[in-house]
Design a protein around this ligand. Structure first.
Ligand SMILES: Cc1cc2nc3c(=O)[nH]c(=O)nc-3n(C[C@H](O)[C@H](O)[C@H](O)COP(=O)(O)OP(=O)(O)OC[C@H]3O[C@@H](n4cnc5c(N)ncnc54)[C@H](O)[C@@H]3O)c2cc1C
Length: 535
């Protein structure tokens, strides 16, 4: 991109060119604000650009995991499958960028290293690997799942074979045929990729720390009748989804397991297993809040695992023991079936921890000779992209330090001490506990409206108040405390990374969140403070 005076002093700098960054750019450009997007990759797409592993797929139906801001776009675009694969989502995001002429305002291969608020000028000074920018607003569209967690295993750096990561998968085709391959981790990415990889490799060694619940996607070609029906009433369809707890069409169960006949429950769960994917978890309204109801659903899935996996010992290892849904529920295509293959071997890390990695092997209960090692060890979720660089607010406070005991944010949009900084799907918003595409659009629309309101009302600086932030995070935790989410160790509360503060971060409940957001806006951005003099 050609740098000129305007682009180095834009009104707004957006960091990240994923789903969030590109829509934010579109909105602000339409408002006439000079805006630049800084993206460290040489491509846009964020998640869908980085995570190119075989089997990478969205587990929210395509007709829901798509932008809704432009009626013509949603009518014109046709998805080929019920659940879209990574290549098709990436193609879609590129289509959006081209269609709305966004590419020329994105600077690629430009990583933000530091963002510092200047209290004299009330401007953000943003330092990248290429340039220095000065902007009034700085918007972090850096993603909730964009900083991979590298496991601390002795000898990992000495491994001389092919080292891959699901979250940095190479663009060129990776030929694993005939190889001995190990994969560490059994979260969502691993559950998607294992059935694909197993078809080609000589041996696949799956190193599992925690088993996961997974529901079959029952993916297939897009049903043209369903597509036509949705397209004939897209606005209404989106509204219906948004009124459900997790913002999903299928998540609409209102009955309680505790009040139902157990045979009826089991046949309903059977139907959900065969049709609902992620919606399985919301199939009954009490699964997330009542441990007994949760046990019924968890037992149902454990029974399925025992039915599918022929070797009882392997089946037992694959059965999770915690509350279903407390960790991100997974959706798969033939995951449990894959463990019936003779070339797939499950190693339980609790009974057989990895002692060390050698140049060409992994040493656990025995020595596994491998050609390729795949890391599928998750992410520094929700905060990693914001704490891995220096974001410096008032009085030299670094965001990473402010969040040492746990991230706090008002509505997941603003942070006290960090004026004119917005985060898209930040901690304290539904984000990862919702369909993220509409959650991102909701935040982008809100930020754009807020900036527009500030311009109309001659306000220069916005900042979340500490009191509002504290009160908000108390509510986040209070709601989580009523559910099985809080008591389950997961990346929602930082439990996947030993050194991370254990704090529950997503807001549970899209409709309540939406109400709160509207209330804040209609009360002139209650909880935010404007034009506070510099201390
Ligand atoms: C494997 C996988 C599967 C997923 N499946 C689903 C799903 O089924 N349903 C769902 O709702 N969500 C899913 N998600 C969540 C997904 O991340 C969101 O749906 C959405 O794509 C997030 O978009 P984003 O723009 O907010 O962030 P991202 O897509 O993460 O984009 C952030 C961008 O910021 C860039 N960036 C970060 N830091 C810097 C920096 N310092 N300087 C410059 N650039 C920077 C990154 O390179 C990246 O391009 C999945 C995530 C993963 C990883």
């Amino acid at each position: 991109m050609n740098q000129n005076k305007t682009s180095l002093n834009p009104n707004v700098v957006i960091v990240g060119a994923g789903v969030a960054g590109i829509y934010m750019l579109h909105k602000l450009k339409n408002m006439g604000l000079t805006t630049v997007v800084l993206e460290k990759s040489d491509e846009l797409g964020g998640t869908w650009n980085w995570n190119r592993y075989p089997g990478a797929r969205c587990d929210i139906p395509s007709l829901e995991y798509s932008y809704q801001f432009d009626e013509e776009l949603q009518q014109d675009w046709n998805w080929s499958e019920k659940y879209s694969g990574q290549p098709e989502i990436l193609e879609y995001l590129n289509h959006v960028a081209n269609r709305f002429d966004l590419r020329k305002d994105i600077s690629f291969e430009e990583e933000v290293l530091e963002a510092k608020f200047n209290e004299e000028s009330s401007l953000w000074n943003i330092k990248t690997n290429k340039e220095n920018y000065e902007s009034k607003f700085c918007i972090f569209a850096t993603g909730c799942l964009s900083v991979p967690n590298k496991p601390d295993i002795e000898g990992l750096d000495n491994f001389k074979g092919q080292l891959l990561s699901t979250s940095y998968w190479p663009r060129e085709e990776v030929d694993l045929s005939g190889k001995n391959v190990a994969i560490i981790g059994t979260g969502s990415s691993s559950i998607q990729t294992i059935p694909e990889i197993a078809k080609d490799v000589k041996n696949l060694y799956v190193f599992q720390r925690t088993p996961n619940y997974s529901i079959p996607s029952n993916n297939g070609p897009m049903d043209k009748e369903v597509e036509a029906d949705v397209k004939s009433r897209y606005v209404e369809f989106r509204k219906e989804n948004w009124s459900n707890g997790f913002g999903l069409a299928s998540d609409s169960g209102e009955a309680f397991i505790s009040e139902s006949d157990i045979d009826d429950v089991n046949s309903q769960l059977e139907e959900n297993w065969n049709t609902s994917g992620l919606g399985f978890f919301g199939g009954y309204a009490d699964i997330p809040i009542d441990v007994n109801a949760n046990d019924v659903a968890a037992d149902f899935v454990r029974n399925k695992i025992n039915e599918i996996v022929k070797d009882p010992e392997t089946a037992e290892k694959l059965c999770p023991k915690y509350h279903i849904g407390g960790k991100r529920l997974c959706v798969d295509t033939g995951y449990f079936e894959t463990f019936n293959r003779e070339n797939v071997h499950l190693i339980d890390l609790h009974s057989n921890p990895i002692n060390r990695i050698e140049e060409s092997s992994i040493e656990a209960d025995e020595e596994y000779e491998i050609d390729t090692l795949i890391l599928a060890t998750g992410f520094d979720a929700m905060t990693g992209a914001l704490t891995s660089l220096d974001i410096v607010g008032r009085n030299g406070i670094i965001l990473r330090d402010q969040w040492k005991q746990g991230a706090k944010s008002y509505l997941g949009l603003g942070v006290s001490n960090f004026p004119n900084l917005f985060t898209i799907t930040g901690p304290g918003s539904p984000s990862v506990l919702s369909n993220m595409m509409p959650s991102i659009e909701q935040h982008v629309n809100w930020i754009a409206d807020c900036i527009g309101w500030m311009i109309d009302n001659n306000k220069s600086v916005i900042e979340s108040s500490l009191a509002a932030e504290e009160e908000w995070m108390d509510l986040v935790n209070e709601i989580a405390g009523m559910t099985i989410f809080k008591s389950t160790e997961s990346w929602y509360n930082g439990s996947n990374i030993d050194s991370k503060a254990k704090a529950f971060l997503p807001f549970i409940g899209v409709p309540v969140y939406t109400e709160k957001l509207e209330e804040v806006t209609s009360n002139n951005y209650q909880g935010f403070i404007f034009d506070v003099s510099n201390k």
